[in-house]
Design a protein around this ligand. Structure first.
Ligand SMILES: [Zn+2]
Length: 391
């Protein structure tokens, strides 16, 4: 059965392949290169539409090339057909059908197009159709159309017009330079950044902290404890929904339990993360260990938490807001505003507690007044920690 269908298919395919390239013949206007045209010993000048080289084919305004050859040109009335004739020879340009007819009876199917109201057609078809010979001079390049009246050799012609071509080419290149992409402005890099961080929540003071952050329009990072997430699930959800960063602070906050081994640290963070994910859907990649990482997190401990996928954060400004039970809001404010100046990147340690919530509006205002922009900590943020461990 196969051969009976195979032959007709091949015939149809061959027909398609014959037809398709004709209809697909389209001039790519962006892909043109400049070219110069000489008729006999004279390099032509074109007042508007300029000759172009498209994939090795020279296109030029038919009218001016015809005039230079002292040929006659006429429009066939009522059509888009142009005829050029000289010494009994004719070349017909059928623009609607993209066909050039020559006296030998050939219909040349080529793209024809209009530029600056000029009919643009392949120079070679026009010239050879009227009995001229055509040569292509690399230097220029020049398409040279000549008959027996030409006196100069191709080399002489190229050398005579070299300077003019160089000048015109420079001008052409200037006009056809690819547009320079506008310089991409560097996003203005804030020269001073602050990370507000709050540990040990969420708890009964967290809502007020969140309210203050929201009304001030600033962001922050919360290092949360697993059991606190369990008992204040709405607050944990609100942290995530309002776009704050949430990091892990472990489960027990008990140094005798957490730091028993590298694995116990990892376990605390993993357990905390599981609770966080169950409650909020978020899985965190940042952690802060209770009491700070020095001396608690030697190399092998850090290796273990890095291997578990965590970036470890400490701080470089300690608000001392949990230094004692009698710590006042004013003291917390004083500590922050004493330590922050001079720091390009301030990571402020605070806690979810009443006096801190009291001090927060003034702290934020002071940071704004001193040119700080507020960022939150992402997993991709280069970590600040006491070991200068950049992992
Ligand atoms: Zn803590």
């Amino acid at each position: 059965m196969r051969w009976r269908w195979g032959i007709p298919f091949i015939v149809v395919l061959a027909m398609l392949l014959t037809i398709l390239p004709v209809h697909a013949a389209v001039i790519n206007e962006g892909g043109a290169d400049p070219i110069w045209i000489a008729v006999n010993d004279e390099l032509l000048t074109f007042p508007d539409a300029q000759p172009e080289l498209h994939d090795g084919v020279t296109y030029a305004p038919v009218r001016f090339v015809a005039e230079a050859m002292h040929a006659n040109l006429q429009w066939v009335p009522g059509t888009n057909i142009t005829q050029v004739y000289k010494n009994g020879r004719h070349v017909t340009f059928d623009t609607p059908h993209s066909v050039v007819k020559t006296d030998d009876g050939t219909n040349h199917e080529v793209p024809l197009y209009i530029q600056n109201d000029r009919l643009m057609a392949p120079t070679r078809l026009l010239s050879e159709g009227l009995g001229y010979t055509v040569s292509y001079l690399e230097s220029g390049p020049i398409t040279r159309i000549k008959d027996s009246t030409a006196k100069r050799s191709d080399e002489e012609l190229a050398s005579i017009y070299q300077d003019r071509i160089d000048q015109e080419k420079a001008k052409w290149e200037e006009e056809h330079k690819p547009p320079q992409p506008p310089p991409v402005p560097e996003p203005p890099k804030p020269d001073k950044v602050v990370y507000l961080t709050f540990d040990d929540g969420p708890n009964e003071y967290t809502a007020r902290i969140l309210d203050t952050l929201k009304s001030a329009g600033v962001t922050a990072t919360f290092f949360v404890l697993g059991p606190q997430i369990q008992s204040h699930q709405d607050l944990a959800k609100r942290m995530v929904e309002d776009g704050y960063s949430v990091g892990l602070h472990g489960m027990t906050h008990d140094s005798s339990k957490i730091y028993r081994s590298a694995q116990t640290v990892v376990n605390e963070m993993e357990d905390c993360n599981t609770i966080l994910t169950n409650v909020t859907g978020l899985r965190s990649a940042i952690m802060r260990v209770p009491y700070g990482s020095k001396p608690w997190m030697p190399q092998n401990y850090r290796d273990a938490t890095v291997n578990a996928g965590y970036h470890m954060w400490d701080w470089n400004v300690d608000s001392y807001d949990s230094k004692s039970a009698t710590r006042t809001a004013q003291e917390t404010y004083g500590e922050v505003t004493r330590q922050v100046p001079g720091k390009k990147e301030a990571v402020i340690l605070m806690h979810d507690k009443k006096t801190t919530a009291d001090a927060l509006p003034n702290i934020i205002q002071w940071l704004k007044d001193n040119g700080y922009s507020f960022e939150r900590i992402y997993g991709s943020t280069p970590p600040v920690n006491f070991w200068n461990d950049a992992r």
